[in-house]
Ligand binder design. Structure first.
Ligand code: PGA
Length: 255
């Protein structure tokens, strides 16, 4: 049985003080949920303190970006080494907002994936199609291109430290969720592509999340789908109560 993961992507939200108060409350609210995996991904400025507060708890911590080098003349960037040094567990890579606003290509995304797994950190690799691509029946092509491009050169054992988040771009922050059937259709396709790239056993153990306007009232139906192993949550991860409720739903599904 794959372990469900509920990860909160805070994006560019919460000052350090707000982050500290959020996680201090969250630690207590979710401490009884031991079956599913829980992660929060604050902005860089809050990572260190969030790691400290969640130390010894069942909450892991992720960064939202990384630069694929250990150190050097890359003004404004943060390296996998620096993230590892402060105790970060996960790094979100290839989010559609980074692909769109910062022009990140599949090749650059792939370099980031390599740099992060080489440091022993875990990756949440985001892929997904735009509305125009869906309407032009290009969903599977786009998802496959981003999947194959992002995982280029990654071995089966490195893949154990990677999860995919399928995030249809038209569902991110729009209030429009993909139906559970739409999400399952693409996620089961991703799993079949993983089988082709690796093998069936690897694919069966590999986790694939859904992301895009997840809320407490739609999450149960989403994680009820066979291939969906949790969620990457933006808006609904910013309130302790709704995020804790999502964790509870995943916990109930995990059994
Ligand atoms: P959303 O964002 O839940 O606010 O739609 C999800 C994401 O971008 O990861």
């Amino acid at each position: 049985m794959r372990r469900l993961l509920v990860a909160g992507n805070w994006k560019m939200n919460k000052t350090n003080r707000e982050a500290v108060s959020f996680v201090s409350e969250l630690v207590d609210k979710v401490k009884m949920f031991k079956r599913c995996e829980i992660a929060v991904c604050p902005p860089f400025t809050a990572l260190s303190e969030v790691v400290e507060i969640t130390n010894g708890s069942n909450i892991e911590v992720g960064a939202q970006n990384v630069y694929p080098a250990d150190s050097g003349a890359f003004t404004g960037e943060v390296s996998p080494l620096m993230l590892k040094d402060i105790g970060v567990d996960y790094v979100i890579i290839g989010h559609s907002e980074r692909r769109k606003y910062f022009k990140e290509t599949d090749e650059f995304v792939n370099q980031k994936v390599h740099s992060v797994v080489e440091k022993g950190l875990k990756v949440i690799l985001c892929i997904g199609e735009t509305l125009e691509e869906r309407q032009a029946n290009k969903t599977f092509d786009v998802v496959k291109r981003e999947l194959v491009g992002g995982l280029k050169g990654i071995t089966a054992s490195q893949l154990e430290n990677i999860v995919i988040a399928y995030e249809p771009i038209w569902a991110i922050g729009t209030g429009i969720t993909a139906t559970p059937e739409q999400a399952e259709e693409v996620i089961s396709f991703i799993r079949s592509e993983i089988t082709k790239l690796y093998d069936n056993e690897v694919a069966q153990n590999f986790r694939i999340l859904y992301g895009g306007s997840i809320k407490p009232d739609n999450f149960e139906a989403i994680v009820a789908e066979e291939d969906i192993d949790g969620g990457l949550v933006g808006g609904a991860s910013l309130k302790v109560d709704s995020f804790a409720r999502l964790v509870e739903i995943a916990e109930e599904r995990q059994a």
